[in-house]
Design a protein around this ligand. Structure first.
Ligand code: ADP
Ligand code: NA
Length: 327
């Protein structure tokens, strides 16, 4: 039997941060060994929220792929490509849009959320409403069975299953119904304690230099009840401690927890340890980044080969779709 197929994508709307790395990319790196994976830079999706200022998309795509490879995605083990280079997505999106009831889209939480914000934001397009159909297309065109996503994408994966079911019922069974694959990783906080996100100015980019990492760690919010160095600390509410649980060894985390609670280690020292760990962890990633930035042809080739391979799979699915629809 064929290996299970995994599809996941990211929008090239800015630089990736270490929340994206810990919460998504590290998982992708594992999945590439177990599954037939399609990792897609979904540039058309970027237009659903930002269609006026498009001048950064090309550079965002390049930087995103550099991040992906630097963190450990291996083009020998998975397909890496850009959505708009596989035009079959556009045809399947159009066909699926014909069978998707408007009411299914209107009840999507992201759309409802958007409607609420309508007075303050300008997005109210056909493309934005249809975003979940495009996402369903990206998944179904590779007949993916597993879709690694964050919990916030749950409704979209469910909608994808409904679209697949509807197609299979109306015509012929072409599409498997994909399942969401949730990562076990917690949400990484940003330097202000809220979820690290590119929407807030609280993130540390994957490409951040050691100096920037140290600077950002210094700015992290710690236990507000702790004023003097020897005050007993409360690791559970400390942002720096949360980062230690991610970047430090479990035994060291336990030691640190006790030392903090007993007031034996101050926040300044604790932050310095964390910064050292993070700088060391990012070092090999930065090395790889630098090499890829100096050799732009490598990324071009990865994306060309990835698109070529993806087109073959996508076209095969479309042939079945056209047959089933008698088109
Ligand atoms: P952002 O919130 O910065 O816009 P996205 O929504 O584009 O990030 O997320 C891309 C991927 O990275 C998703 O799989 C998401 O679950 C993951 N991710 C984003 N932020 C975090 C975080 N702070 N902690 C863990 N995973 C995250
Ligand atoms: Na693989």
């Amino acid at each position: 039997m064929d290996k299970n197929v995994v599809m996941s994508g990211m929008r090239p709307t800015g630089r990736l941060h270490i929340g994206n790395m810990m919460g998504a990319l590290t998982n992708w790196v594992k999945l590439q060994n177990e599954y037939d994976c399609f990792f897609v830079v979904v540039d058309w999706h970027a237009l659903t929220t930002e269609y006026k200022n498009t001048q950064d998309i090309k550079e965002n795509i390049r930087q995103m792929v550099i991040d992906w490879i630097s963190v450990g995605l291996d083009p020998e083990k998975c397909n890496i490509f850009v959505q708009s280079q596989v035009k079959q997505h556009a045809e399947l999106h159009l066909l699926l849009s014909m069978i998707t009831p408007l009411s299914w889209l209107e009840r999507c939480p992201t759309y409802k959320e958007q409607l609420k914000q309508l007075e303050t934001r300008e997005i109210n397009t056909y493309g934005f409403l249809g975003y979940p159909v495009l996402m369903a297309t990206d998944i179904l065109i590779y007949k993916a069975n597993k879709v690694p996503v964050g919990k916030d994408q749950e409704a979209h994966v469910e909608l994808c299953r409904e679209i697949a079911r509807r197609f299979n019922y109306l015509y012929e069974p072409v599409f498997p119904e994909p399942e969401a694959l949730y990562t076990e990783f917690m949400v990484l906080p940003g330097i202000d304690g809220r979820k690290m996100s590119k929407s807030y100015d609280n993130y540390i980019e994957i490409s951040a230099s050691p100096d920037v990492i140290r600077e950002k760690v210094k700015m992290m919010i710690t236990d507000p009840a702790r004023i003097r160095k020897n005050d007993p600390g409360h690791p559970d509410v400390c942002n720096v401690f949360a980062f230690h649980t991610v970047f430090n060894e479990p035994a060291k985390v336990q030691e640190l927890k006790e030392a903090c609670q007993k007031g034996q280690i101050g926040c300044v020292e604790c932050k310095k340890n964390l910064a050292d760990l993070m700088v060391a962890r990012m070092e090999p990633i930065h090395q790889k980044r630098k090499m890829l930035e100096q050799n732009p042809k490598i990324i071009d080739e990865i994306l060309n080969t990835g698109a070529k391979n993806a087109r073959v799979v996508a076209e095969k699915t479309l042939e079945e779709v056209r047959d089933a629809m008698k088109m």
